[in-house]
Structures are given as structure tokens and as C-alpha cells.
Design a protein. Structure first.
Lengths: 351, 475
């Protein structure tokens, strides 16, 4: 039989209409109708949320096409009250808060009561002495790189003397304040939790146009982009330091992909400048420590004992746990050097 | 392309229509399905499409080479060459980094260097699955269980998108015959397959994501912060997470293939009701465990070469099975633990057989104890499977043993309900929603569509924002 010959379906006898469990077996045409109706109705129900997700996506043809389709559908869905219904259901189930498109942070932020932070207080000089009843308060903020870093910072500090709260959020950055406004969030964190220190590691999602609230997108490779990004960096740092919190800005490491590596190098310059312009902020470099002597990307490094360890994940962006431990150590060294972080808050790391 | 995404929903709607239109025209159908499957794979990372083609060419070339040899010796040599070549990409991408790192440290302990360059590769999605399928095809041809199929058929077999990135590991003898004839468009089990897909999405998007975010990730991320109760339930929760994640994906794969008229083998059968480690492996990732049995354990000699050799074969099989899951010492340890468990089962069965007893006592109390013991043994293995390092694994176990003075911070009524409910579901009959499925199948198509939409909306409402990849995606 030639393979391009039209073949008949397997059963020659009249088809059974009922499967072995009593379910009605259906022709493919009916299944297609069901699938298409299902997809269309689901899109209609979810259109407001899908539109919100499309709005915060990187600019491009895909985003434009999605918005062209979803904007009118979402409008009809909202007019029929479906959008409010799904939001109410989500709130009741606790699966989503507010209108933020960004995922929730890994843990809730406690509220510290007391007199308001004194904006005149200089956030310089040594850290206050921590005590079990009055621990140092540290917040980790940023994107997915910061999520990993928060784990090793927490593991590296004595929980009796330091409280570390992870407020990093996946898929966020400084470029899209329409999706998530980090300066405003840092202000909120500083007001609510009064941290002594906010560790920031961010930027891996910022290789895109900048959108600031109420303004048109600013394309990359323009002087306006540079100004706007530096403004975001300054606003974030100021949001913290004006409310009594120091900022330790952990720079981006080198990346495996050349495009990303170039972006990381450029963004780090903006972070350095922002830190330099703000008393109460320091910069922690991770680009050079994780590069080879010739400047190329290194997934493996030799630890002080001479053992080769893997420090980067195969995605060429994130660190392994051992890698994050090294980043934490770099941070702790800088904090001790500049702000005399007490030695007793550091946990002796066992291998 | 991930299953639980709008991209896939649109992709599948288009593929479904085109599939049934082209169904009577086998060659055109095969070409279309290969293209669609490669688009599916390229959506993840188009740079890796060439790798799928390379493994396909190696597998088919190897099978043809084996089939053309005369004489057993020549066939064996051809088989060795073919299997080695087919495994080579997997070994390179998945294990070179691990091997070079450990060799460098081994030589370094003696003040030398292994001279192997330290390189790291992005692990291509699905490579472990389609490589194993290609190897099984070559071996089946060698054994005479299968004739080499046409090139087009083999390309479809290996790239068929429902199973491409995370299984099930389907044999050539199970799938190739289904590609040769047009599928029957008059008798689709929409209700059954829609139930599988929605159920799989619920397990993955709701159950697995909730437990991972609520307790598993926090505890395994920093065990020292938590007490024994949180750690204990984090381990139980991870047992549910990995089951829900993987079986959820498999259910979706089976359901999607079913809507195209193809039958995939079952991959999970209520694994946490197992009464022994041996029973567990008859219920967990069934297509992998039978692959390990047929293409590793039995060729090593199985249980035919005496007790001692049987234990060695079990350990080798399970250690390699552990390494299949990941290039790391913790995966090796997980495999070794299960190898030890299987060896113990074998020893106990032998002893009981000598005494004229059944392999396992059947009284209700014994069955309950067997299930509880087996479940906890499997959970112990999951600690090593989930932990990033031995250090993290032992910290978790350490907190479990010595953290009873610290109260729970994460365990609450909802969490307990989800864990208990998920475990109890394992004890329900095979088709708990049978009546619902029958009623659904009797609805008009438009009403079925509304039902599907409401099911999807419920899942997206209950689930977290964003889509986490399936655990087994990087295997």
C-alpha cells in the first residue's frame, strides 16, 4: 500500500457510540465545536486578566496583537460584570491581591509599630547593636535573582539577631512601573517594616522600553531611556534612605549570553552612579568576581579550599545555592567594611 | 511551549482541526504533524530543534543498521554502535558538566588537573525522554520485536508533541502502528479526555503550585528557620507536589493524544497506595520503570544469575535511573535508596517463599502498615530528590529529628486539608467522576464548550499567577 494513499478509519463495522465506561463517543466535528466554544468562552471570561498581562508584557508585535484582540473583548466582559466576578473570586480565595500583575512576594511583610521614621536621620555610620528583642531588620527586594539571594542572606545571618524578610518578586524590574512600581513599593516597605537595610538586586528584566506612569514608552538606546532609568534608580534609593533605611545595591553578574552580558554591564553603571549620589547606599559588585580573568562568563569557580564548584545555573543567569552564598559573602564583607556590620550577626557556615 | 498556556490552547485548536482534515491522507498528515511538533518544541527554544533532528536521525540510522546485519555478532556490534551514538547527545548535554567538575576535583585532590575543559550547557527540554524512546526503538528492532519503520513514521514517533517534552515514554510498538492508519473521527472520547486534561491542569496549576509556594519552597529553601512539624509536612507536601506535577502533565499528554485519536500507555496508578518499593515502581512513572526493566535490568541479567548478582543489577539499574533524573549526587543517592529498597523487597520475598509464605501478608493491619512504611520510605527519598545538595537534605532531616521544640509557622488547616485530600484521592476508585463524565458526554457540543470554559476559569482563578514549568521538564 502506498503511504500517500487515502486510508479509511480502522473500524469497518458500524461505530460503537458508547465507550467502555458508558461515555458517549462523539465525532471529531462535535469535539471541535466544544473546544472552540470552550476556548472562546474562557477567553471572554478571562479577558480582563489576559489584557492586564498583555499590557505588562515587553513591547512588540505579540503584545500589540494581543491587545488588539483583548481590549474590546475585555471591555464587553467588564461591562457584563465578569471581570469583577473573577476578581472577587480571586480575592475570596486569596490567590491574588489588588490589581498588581506581578506575583506576590515569597512572604508577607510584618508591620513594625512605633513613631514614624525620622527623615532627617542620617542613614550612615555603623548599624545599631542588635539584640534578641530588637533585631536588625533586613529586607531583600528585586527580581528572581533577589529571590535566590534572600535565601542565602537569611541562612548567613543569626535569626536571633537579624530578621530577614524576602520581598523580591518574580518577573519585575525598574523599566515597567506600569506593571510594578518598585520605588513606590520600597517606600511602602520602609514605612511598614522600618528596615535597617534594604538589599536590592534587580535588572535582569530591564532590557526593554521604559514605561513610567502616564507616559509613553521610551525606547532603549536613547538618551531619554538612560535618564529615565537613572531616575528610577534614584527614586528607589531615595524612597528607602529618606525613611531611615540603608540600601545595599547588589549589581548584576556577568551573563552567559553576550546580549545579556552587555546589558548587565550597562545597567551596573547606572546603579553605581545612583549609589554614588546617595549617602546611605553602597554598591556590591558581582560582575568581576564571577568573570574569568579574560572577562568571559564563568559557571565554575575555585573556592578558597581549591575545590571547583558550580556557581551558575545552566540558564546562564541565575546562581546555584553555592553561588548565592558567595554573593552573600561579598555583601556581608561590604557591609562590615562600610557600616561595621557586627561580626556576631554572621552565622558560621558549615560545609 | 507549556501545556497550561494560552499559546498552547490556540496551537492545539489549530492542530486539532488540521489533524482531522488531513487524517485520511497519511503522508500529508505525517508531514504536518512533524512540522507542528517541531513548532511546539521550537517555541521553547528554537536553537534546540536541530538536536531533536540529530537524535531522530541517529535512532533511525541505528535501527536500519542493526536490521541489515547478518549474524548475531554483527548485529550485537551494530546495536552497541547504534545505542552509543543515540545516547551520545544526552550524555554530552546532561552529564559532561557533572563529570568534568567531579573529575577536576578528584584530580585536584592529588594536586593534578583532569585537563577536561569545564563547560556548562543548557539542558535541552525533553532530551531524556526522546532519547530513551529512540534507544528502545533500536533495541526492539535488534530483538526482532519491531521492524524499522519508514523515516517519516519515525520522525513523527519521536517528535509527536503530546509526549515530546515530558513523556510518557511510549514504545515504538505501541505508537508506530497507530500512525499507519487513519484514526477514527467518528468515535472520540471527548468527555474522558477533557476530564484528563482539566484534571491534569488542576493538579499542576492549583495543587502543585499551592503546596510548592506555601510550604515546600520555603522549608527546603532555608530549613534552619523551621521546626519539625513544618519540615514533616513540607516533605509530605513535596510528595504530593511531584506526583501532582508529573501525573498532571502526563494526564494532559494522554488527554491531548486521545483527542487526536491516539492511545498512550498509563503512567501512574495511585503510587502512594503501594505496599512495597517494588509495588511503588509498578505504579510510579510506569513507562520509565518498564524501560529500566526491559532495557537495563534484564540485559544485565535481571534475577537470573543468582541472589548476589540480582542485588547488584537492582542497584545499578536504580542508580542509573536516579542519574537519569538529574546529573547530581543527590539524584544518585535517591536512586541508590530505591535500589536498596528493591533489593530488600527481593530478599524478603525470597525468604518468605522458602517458608512457603506469600510475598506480603494480606491481613488489613499488615496492609496498612506496609502502605504507611512504603509511603514514608518514598518520602525519605524525596528529601534527597528535592534538596539541592546533601547539605540541604541533611539540614532538612536534622530539623525533622531535632526541631520539635519549634512550633509550626506554615502548617495550617487549608494546607492539611489539601495534603490529606490529595493522599485520600489515591484510594478512590479509578474513575471517581464517572457519572459526571457520562453526563458531560451526553450534553450538546456548545454546552460541553461552556463546561470546559468554566472548568478552565475555575482553575485559573484558584491557581497562582504565572506558570511554573513542570518539574520533569528539565529531565
Amino acid at each position: 500500500m502506498r503511504t500517500n494513499e487515502r486510508t479509511r478509519p480502522e473500524a469497518a463495522a458500524p461505530p460503537r457510540r458508547t465507550g467502555p465506561d458508558g461515555r458517549r463517543l462523539q465525532p471529531a466535528g462535535e469535539a471541535l465545536v466544544a473546544l472552540v466554544v470552550g476556548l472562546l468562552v474562557w477567553t471572554f471570561i478571562e479577558a480582563p486578566r489576559l489584557k492586564e498581562a498583555a499590557e505588562v508584557a515587553p513591547f512588540g508585535a505579540r503584545r500589540t496583537a494581543a491587545l488588539v484582540v483583548l481590549t474590546p473583548v475585555a471591555a464587553v466582559s467588564e461591562a457584563m460584570g465578569l471581570g469583577a466576578l473573577t476578581r472577587a473570586a480571586e480575592s475570596a480565595l486569596g490567590s491574588r491581591q489588588g490589581d498588581l500583575a506581578a506575583p506576590e512576594p515569597p512572604e508577607p511583610l510584618p508591620t513594625i509599630t512605633g513613631p514614624p521614621a525620622n527623615p532627617e536621620r542620617r542613614v550612615a555610620g555603623p548599624f545599631r547593636d542588635p539584640r534578641p528583642g530588637n533585631r536588625l531588620r533586613v529586607v531583600v527586594a528585586g527580581d528572581s535573582l533577589a529571590i535566590g539571594l534572600a535565601r542565602t542572606i537569611g541562612a548567613g545571618l543569626d535569626p536571633d539577631l537579624v530578621r530577614v524578610v524576602n520581598q523580591a518578586r518574580l518577573a519585575t524590574g525598574l523599566a515597567r512601573s506600569d506593571a510594578f512600581d518598585w520605588p513606590a513599593e520600597v517606600a511602602r516597605i520602609a514605612e511598614q517594616f522600618r528596615p535597617d537595610l534594604i538589599v536590592v538586586m534587580i535588572g535582569s528584566n530591564d532590557a526593554q522600553s521604559i514605561v513610567q506612569q502616564g507616559r509613553r514608552p521610551i525606547p532603549t538606546a536613547t538618551i531619554e531611556w538612560v535618564r529615565a532609568y537613572r531616575q528610577e534608580v534614584n527614586e528607589l534609593i531615595t524612597a528607602a534612605t529618606s525613611r531611615g533605611a540603608r540600601v545595599a545595591w547588589v549589581g548584576l553578574p556577568t551573563m552567559q549570553e553576550p546580549f545579556r552580558r552587555q546589558w548587565a554591564r550597562r545597567l551596573n553603571e547606572h546603579y553605581r552612579l545612583g549609589v554614588r549620589a546617595n549617602e546611605g547606599a553602597i554598591y556590591v559588585d558581582t560582575f568581576e568576581p564571577f568573570s574569568r580573568p579574560d572577562g568571559s562568563y564563568a559557571a565554575y569557580v575555585r573556592d578558597p579550599r581549591g575545590e571547583v564548584i558550580q556557581v551558575r545555573e545552566p540558564d546562564g543567569v541565575h546562581f546555584t545555592y553555592r553561588g548565592y552564598q558567595i554573593v552573600s559573602d561579598l555583601l556581608f564583607d561590604r557591609l562590615r567594611e562600610v557600616w561595621d556590620l557586627p561580626r556576631e550577626v554572621l552565622v558560621q557556615r558549615r560545609r | 511551549m507549556l501545556f497550561p498556556t494560552t499559546d498552547f490552547a490556540i496551537f492545539f485548536a489549530v492542530v486539532f482541526l488540521a489533524h482531522w482534515l488531513l487524517n485520511p491522507f497519511r503522508t500529508r498528515w505525517k508531514v504536518f504533524m512533524i512540522l507542528a511538533s517541531y513548532v511546539f518544541y521550537a517555541w521553547w527554544d528554537w536553537h534546540l530543534v536541530w538536536l531533536l533532528s540529530v537524535v531522530t536521525v541517529l535512532g533511525q540510522t541505528g535501527a536500519l543498521l542493526v536490521a541489515r546485519q547478518e549474524g548475531e555478532r554483527a548485529r550485537r556490534v551494530a546495536l552497541t554502535v547504534a545505542v552509543t551514538a543515540t545516547l551520545a547527545p544526552l550524555l554530552w548535554f546532561k552529564y559532561y558538566g557533572f563529570l568534568s567538575l567531579n573529575l577536576e576535583n578528584l584530580f585536584g585532590a592529588f594536586g593534578a588537573s583532569s585537563l577536561l575543559p569545564l563547560m556548562q550547557f543548557v539542558l535541552p527540554v525533553g532530551i531524556s525522554f526522546y532519547t530513551f524512546m529512540a534507544v528502545s526503538y533500536v533495541v526492539d528492532v535488534y530483538r526482532g520485536d519491531l521492524e524499522p519503520g519508514p523515516w517519516l513514521d519515525f520522525f513523527v514517533y519521536l517528535s509527536f508533541f503530546p509526549h515530546l517534552v515530558a513523556g510518557p515514554i511510549v514504545r515504538g510498538g505501541e505508537l508506530l502502528p497507530q500512525f499507519r492508519r487513519a484514526r477514527d473521527p467518528r468515535r472520540l472520547d471527548l468527555a474522558g479526555n477533557a476530564y484528563l486534561i482539566l484534571g491534569g491542569l488542576f493538579k499542576k496549576v492549583v495543587i502543585s503550585s499551592y503546596l510548592a509556594a506555601t510550604i515546600v519552597d520555603p522549608v527546603f529553601g532555608d530549613p534552619a528557620r523551621f521546626g519539625a512539624i513544618d519540615v514533616l509536612f513540607a516533605i509530605y507536601a513535596y510528595a504530593i507536589v511531584i506526583y501532582a506535577d508529573f501525573s498532571g502533565y502526563t494526564d494532559i499528554a494522554i488527554g491531548v493524544a486521545g483527542l487526536l485519536g491516539f492511545r498512550f500507555p498509563q503512567n501512574f496508578d495511585r503510587p502512594y497506595t503501594a505496599r512495597s518499593v517494588q509495588d511503588f515502581w509498578r505504579r510510579w512513572h510506569m513507562t520509565l520503570s518498564r524501560w529500566l526493566r526491559d532495557y537495563l535490568y534484564i540485559p544485565l541479567g535481571g534475577s537470573r544469575k543468582g541472589e548476589r548478582r540480582t542485588y547488584i543489577n537492582l542497584m545499578i539499574t536504580m542508580v542509573l535511573g536516579g542519574l537519569w533524573h538529574g546529573a547530581g549526587w543527590t539524584f544518585l543517592a535517591w536512586g541508590a535508596l530505591h535500589g536498596a529498597g528493591l533489593a530488600y523487597d527481593h530478599w524478603r520475598t525470597s525468604k518468605r517463599a522458602v517458608a512457603g509464605l506469600d510475598p506480603l501478608p494480606d491481613d488489613p493491619r499488615s496492609v496498612l502498615l506496609q502502605r504507611v512504611a512504603t509511603f514514608h520510605f518514598v518520602c525519605l527519598g524525596w528529601v534527597f530528590f528535592r534538596a539541592e545538595s546533601f547539605g540541604v537534605a541533611f539540614r532538612v532531616l536534622g530539623r525533622l529529628l531535632f526541631g520539635w521544640t519549634v512550633g509550626p509557622a506554615l502548617v495550617g488547616p487549608v494546607l492539611l486539608l489539601v495534603i490529606a485530600g490529595s493522599l485520600l484521592m489515591q484510594y478512590l476508585p479509578h474513575h471517581p467522576a464517572r457519572h459526571l463524565q457520562v453526563a458531560f458526554s451526553r450534553l450538546r457540543p456548545w454546552a460541553q464548550g461552556v463546561g470546559i470554559a468554566l472548568g478552565l476559569a475555575a482553575i485559573t482563578t484558584l491557581g497562582p499567577q504565572g506558570v511554573a514549568p513542570f518539574i520533569y521538564f528539565q529531565f
